[in-house]
Design a protein. Structure first.
Length: 256
């Protein structure tokens, strides 16, 4: 584990792990979105979340999906910084850790940018080889059956990822409050689970976009109650009512 000064303290894991697909030499990119942060979006995912925004029928539609080298993507991001002054990069998706050359991209960026990876936590081997300042892990549900119902996959790898990276003090865990699926009792269970490490926890209200889940949007008082319950266990709890994660995007870049 290495740190890059006080301004950009990037976590680097250098464990030598054989990649699953060594023939992959590029990163598949959907597009880059620019607001107060440069968001790099990759199109593929190993979950099939029933309320996902990022799919052909969702709010954020994958587009382009071209393969680019980490160096070419990094060069475009550096030019965006020169044009806009933005020095924070979020790598998300989809699931960015499915890109085997993600560690190469993060290594290039981490010296000049504050790098955050947003992940479902299932590919710890890639995270260990990546360089970042923050990792945001999305925990859909603590109950495994609920997690399978929502994503089609077990949450065991996700829970183990949270446990492994919680010691770094650079992790944030988030959950979507989905009435009828992920309710207050589930939120409380997650908060209690996280209390062992007292990691930052963010609760986001579900918004229906292009899915057939059939859930309603939670009321503001329900989101506030979820936060109140979580604060029984955790010292750093935020919600989608407190602040927007990002400002309205300035531009979308589809071709490099």
């Amino acid at each position: 584990m290495a740190f890059r000064g006080e301004t950009h303290r990037a976590i680097t894991h250098t464990t030598d792990i054989k990649t699953c697909h060594p023939e992959v030499k590029h990163i598949q990119l959907s597009h880059i979105s620019v607001s107060d942060i440069i968001t790099v979006l990759t199109p593929t995912c190993n979950f099939r979340c029933r309320y996902c925004f990022f799919k052909p029928s969702g709010f954020f539609k994958p587009s382009g999906c071209m393969n680019h080298s980490p160096e070419r993507i990094a060069d475009r991001i550096q030019r965006i910084r020169d044009e806009t002054g933005v020095e924070r990069v979020l790598i998300a998706g989809g699931e960015p850790t499915l890109q085997e050359d993600l560690p190469e991209l993060t290594k290039i960026l981490a010296g000049d940018f504050h790098v955050t990876i947003s992940t479902n936590g299932t590919r710890r081997d890639v995270l260990r080889r990546s360089t970042f300042h923050e990792v945001h892990v999305d925990l859909k549900a603590l109950d495994e059956e609920k997690h399978i119902q929502l994503t089609g996959e077990s949450n065991r790898e996700v829970l183990e990822c949270i446990e492994e990276f919680s010691g770094s003090e650079r992790i944030e865990v988030s959950t979507v409050l989905v009435p009828g699926f992920v309710d207050l009792d589930e939120i409380e269970g997650i908060a209690e689970f996280l209390s062992v490490w007292d990691v930052p926890y963010r609760i986001t209200g579900y918004v229906a976009h292009g899915n057939s889940l059939g859930a309603r949007r939670p009321r503001d008082d329900e989101i506030r109650e979820a936060a109140r319950i979580s604060r029984r266990y955790l010292s750093r709890v935020s919600t989608s009512l407190d602040f927007r994660r990002h400002r309205k995007r300035r531009m979308i870049i589809r071709t490099l």
